[in-house]
Design a protein around this ligand. Structure first.
Ligand code: FE
Length: 351
């Protein structure tokens, strides 16, 4: 995730006045109350999202002012703006970040039969926030060093057979915390802590960089198996860069736990902010993101999968990756274990 404000063409066109107002948290922006605007705070960092916002504006006449920043910067900003916050909708990647915003009390319920009907209850937090795309936490191997059979499960990452071969980003990161929390929800704290210890003992190097760095480290021979979100691999698959193509040629995706509970699934999603001046627009926007057309665009744009049933994606990388068994564990189940997961990450020195 990028932690700085990004210059976006859309924002430059329509959002400059509002941005200037946003910079001053104590003065509510008059344009924030305007009848035809929506102030979107997003930590998603994919340029394809902009095209989607333009579609929404075309369909509804509601202009979107985008404030794009890292999740922590956004949460900080919303908290310091308090009741005067002009923010209407907050979009975040990963359930553990959405849960953090929920626990800070930043969301208000969005009463929408459409959202409740179209988005499975397991992929949202009641009506406070809604998963809008799904991603899987997969394993990426160098088949010359680690056979697919050696990493059939997440549990295998702790097997002594993989000593010096495993790479992950720091377990302090939300993506790892969610995975650890999911293990806690499935098998309890003690077993998960023992597993985490085993994984740390198998690390090929001190965790550094993001998921893509881990995939590249597999290709370069530093690691035999890495943990990554699925869309990072799909992004490399779709890249025209010969270096990325070489990474793909050298590596292979393994879906963990196919014979058991299935591969861990996470979401990116969002909800209406507590002090939203344009609450009705927020609802319209979230409903738009759950529409079949937007679901396909939203998922295709970042190589994720829709949350709504019956949506067709057109994405050659996702097609090539194929079908897999998903862990049906409701997000609410592992959300409860996030604190325990953080303690395990700390205790085992997985950083
Ligand atoms: Fe990401």
């Amino acid at each position: 995730m990028k932690n700085h404000l990004q210059a976006k063409p859309l924002r430059r066109l329509i959002g400059l006045a509002v941005l200037a107002a946003l910079a001053s948290p104590l003065l509510p922006s008059p344009s924030a109350q305007a009848a035809s605007e929506l102030n979107l705070y997003t930590a998603r960092h994919y340029s394809s999202d902009d095209a989607l916002y333009e579609k929404f504006t075309k369909a509804t006449g509601i202009k979107i002012n985008v404030v794009s920043a890292g999740d922590e910067a956004l949460l900080q900003r919303i908290k310091s703006e308090g009741a005067a916050s002009p923010g209407d909708v907050l979009l975040l990647a990963d359930a553990s970040r959405l849960v953090a915003a929920e626990q800070e009390g930043l969301f208000q319920p969005t009463q929408s039969t459409l959202l409740e009907k179209s988005i499975p209850a397991s992929l949202r937090s009641g009506t406070l926030w809604f998963g809008l795309t799904t991603r899987a936490r997969v394993l990426v191997i160098d088949p010359a060093r680690v056979k697919p059979d050696a990493v059939k499960t997440y549990a295998d990452l702790a097997s002594p057979a993989l000593k010096g071969l495993v790479c992950t980003r720091t377990a302090a990161h939300p993506y790892m915390i969610s995975l650890i929390a999911s293990q806690v929800a499935h098998q309890g704290e003690d077993k998960t802590e023992a597993w985490a210890k085993g994984v740390v003992a198998n690390l090929a190097m001190k965790p550094k960089g993001g998921d893509t760095d881990q995939i590249k480290a597999v290709a370069s021979g530093q690691c035999g198996v890495a943990v990554s979100n699925s869309y990072y691999y799909a992004r490399l698959m779709r890249s025209n860069n010969p270096e990325d193509q070489a990474v793909i040629a050298k590596t292979k995706v393994v879906w963990p736990d196919q014979a058991g509970r299935g591969t861990h699934i996470n979401v990116s999603g969002g909800g209406t902010l507590k002090n939203a001046p344009n609450k009705d627009h927020a609802k319209k926007f979230l409903e738009f993101l759950a529409s079949k057309e937007a679901q396909a665009d939203f998922a295709n744009g970042n190589n994720e999968w829709p949350v709504v049933a019956g949506v067709k994606t057109e994405n050659p990388a996702l097609t090539a990756l194929g079908k897999f068994k998903r862990d049906p564990q409701p997000i609410a189940d592992f959300a409860k274990q996030i604190r325990t997961a953080q303690q395990i990450a700390d205790k085992t020195g997985w950083k």
